[in-house]
Design a protein around this ligand. Structure first.
Ligand SMILES: [Fe+2]
Ligand SMILES: [Fe+2]
Length: 198
């Protein structure tokens, strides 16, 4: 099939636009977090935003490498939810977005690419969907912990690592202030929200 006439080209453009918007939303959440002194949430959002921009680049490059005619306007029809609110609300809706990307949107785009004979693109949609699943788990776990106000407690011992000085404690509850650099638990590296979920 001619790439310029394929549905896959349009889907890549949609995916590119969606990833850019996700990247922007995560930066906005990060800006809210920093205003509230939650440095660790800002750092997490910065990492997620970086991932989304990398995904956008993958989709952009696929359009180019498959001979998409440059300097054309690719028409796309898509909903772009406007989501604002407090940090928790935005994390919750972001988790839902990640879930629909990895369980519905990208698997569908992958199948269409496969059917249209673009196996390499089908594979990229699958690989990005796997990352979006990780994002879902991170955001869903973080939301649940924030909601239960138990973000720094765990049923099993966890490693609590200060994102500022690198000091690590292991236990069922994190420190309020880092024993080494004295910064608050708002600096604790949040990578545990993912491992705790699994
Ligand atoms: Fe993404
Ligand atoms: Fe994502």
């Amino acid at each position: 099939m001619n790439f310029d006439e394929s549905q896959t080209k349009t889907n890549l453009a949609r995916a590119f636009a969606g990833e850019c918007q996700a990247g922007a939303r995560y930066q906005f959440i990060g800006q809210k977090a920093i205003k509230e002194g939650k440095k660790n949430i800002q750092m997490l959002m910065k990492d997620l935003a970086k991932n989304e921009m990398a995904h956008a680049r993958v989709f952009w490059d696929l359009i180019s490498s498959h001979g998409g005619t440059p300097d054309t306007n690719i028409e796309i029809k898509a909903g772009y939810p406007f989501q604002d609110g407090n940090i928790m609300d935005m994390i919750k809706t972001s988790a839902n977005n990640e879930k629909s990307e990895n369980t519905s949107i990208y698997p569908t785009f992958s199948k269409i690419a496969e059917d249209e004979g673009f196996k390499d693109i089908a594979e990229k949609f699958k690989l990005v969907a796997l990352v979006e699943n990780d994002h879902f788990m991170i955001l869903d776990s973080l939301y649940n912990k924030l909601k239960s106000k138990a973000i720094y407690k765990s049923a099993v011992p966890l490693e609590w690592k200060c994102g500022h000085c690198g000091h690590t404690d292991t236990g069922k509850q994190a420190y309020n202030n880092c024993p080494l650099c004295d910064l608050s638990n708002d600096y604790i590296d949040l990578s545990f929200v993912n491992s705790a979920k699994k």
